[in-house]
Write a new protein. Structure first.
Length: 405
């Protein structure tokens, strides 16, 4: 049963009074053997039977359409949200009121005028004819990054037999979810962070080759390394031959986000610029998608499981970008923080090939030293830095890299 009568409503008290009156009249009728009194008892009994039938009919007849759906928006976007509810009983429900709450990421701005009252309950007048479906539609606006759900749904209406207010509460989990993506805050200099490194992307001009993808042979040159000589081809042609391989590069971006910041006492606290950090990451993810560059994301928000941090595996394309936006939207504003250097240590254990790494957030003491242990090329490590004119990307200082060694 998805709808249940809320305990403590006034109609239960009325039922008790009428039932008590029925008992009193029944005792009087037995004592005085009065037919009139027994007629009154019959009327009360019929009323109570109708009362019970009505209550059960109302509780079982309400049906709220509840299919899983995710509504995805950017801050400031608006949509018309629909809720479909059906009254399957033979009794109409008149002058009722549907109440519910929505998380702070979404606002139904036309239903509540008073900003102070908005976060308590949203109330919507609703009358339902018997055996009919009713579709409620109202505009909602995405206010801020996050995930919101419709919860605490109830329907309040006057009882048909005693006119007291009856409240039915919806106890199922309402499966509609609003996902509000981060804003796309621009980061200057993103177009300059492309470096040619060993990888799998084919390119005609690259200093790196994939030895697993031979293209053929050519005549040997004195500048060719000895290990590239193809001896079988040399014997066959009676000339020194050198293997030719596919030219490859790695254009993978790795975004590493630090949600914490250290104070003067080396205590880690939540970064007040959390929303900006996630917005910069969203912008860089969009840029990488447009440039057809694979990327992956690490965030030191603690989560249960073998991997104690939030991680989006390497991928590319629009679908991967949408997964990135959703992951960023789900980062809680007060998520427990994993020590940044601990996450870096775990990333270093998994790192096999060099990639372009972009730090977003503060770099705590010891992080550069840990980066050196990855044996990364200095020019492939960058950091997003905020300034008065916005955010920009700059290489991690060489001085810091040398001091860490």
């Amino acid at each position: 049963m998805t709808w249940r009568k809320e305990a403590g409503t006034e109609d239960s008290r009325s039922f008790d009074y009428i039932f008590l009156a029925l008992l009193v009249f029944f005792v009087i009728g037995v004592i005085f053997r009065s037919a009139v009194v027994f007629i009154a008892v019959g009327i009360f009994a019929a009323y109570l039977i109708a009362y019970k039938i009505y209550n059960k009919s109302v509780e079982k007849s309400l049906s709220l359409k509840n299919k899983p759906r995710a509504i995805k928006l950017f801050p400031g976007e608006e949509i018309n949200f629909k809720m479909e509810i059906e009254n399957r009983s033979t009794f109409p429900l008149i002058n009722g009121e549907l109440t519910f709450q929505i998380g702070s990421a979404i606002k139904a701005y036309t239903l509540v005028k008073d900003e102070k009252e908005y976060w308590r309950e949203i109330k919507l007048p609703l009358s339902m004819i018997q055996k009919k479906k009713t579709v409620l539609e109202f505009p909602v606006r995405a206010e801020q990054r996050g995930v919101a759900r419709v919860k605490n749904i109830s329907y309040d209406f006057p009882h048909l037999l005693n006119f007291n207010r009856l409240r039915l509460r919806y106890y199922d989990f309402y499966q509609t979810e609003f996902i509000v993506y981060p804003k796309l805050l621009p980061v200057q200099g993103a177009n300059a962070v492309f470096h040619m490194m060993p990888g799998e992307s084919r390119l005609n001009y690259s200093p790196f080759e994939d030895v697993q993808s031979p293209l053929g042979t050519r005549d040997y040159s004195y500048s060719d390394p000895f290990h590239k000589i193809n001896w079988k081809a040399t014997v066959k042609t009676q000339k020194m031959q050198t293997n030719i391989y596919e030219k490859v590069v790695d254009r993978t971006f790795v975004f590493v986000i630090n949600l914490g910041t250290e104070n003067d006492k080396n205590m880690v606290s939540f970064n007040k610029n959390l929303e900006n950090l996630l917005s910069y990451t969203a912008f860089l993810s969009e840029y990488a998608t447009k440039m057809r560059i694979p990327f992956e994301i690490y965030i030191n928000a603690r989560k249960p499981g073998k991997v104690p941090y939030v991680h989006l595996h390497e991928g590319e394309g629009k679908t991967h970008y949408m997964h990135a936006l959703e992951m960023l939207a789900r980062v809680h504003k007060q998520a427990p923080i994993l020590p940044f250097n601990k996450m870096l240590f775990q990333i270093g254990k998994q790192s096999i090939k060099p990639k372009t790494i972009i730090f977003i957030g503060d770099l705590p003491a010891g992080s550069i030293d840990m980066m050196n242990s990855w044996k990364q090329v200095q020019n492939s490590v960058y950091q997003v830095v905020e300034g008065e004119g916005g955010a920009g990307i700059r290489p991690v200082a060489r001085e810091a890299m040398r001091n860490a060694t």
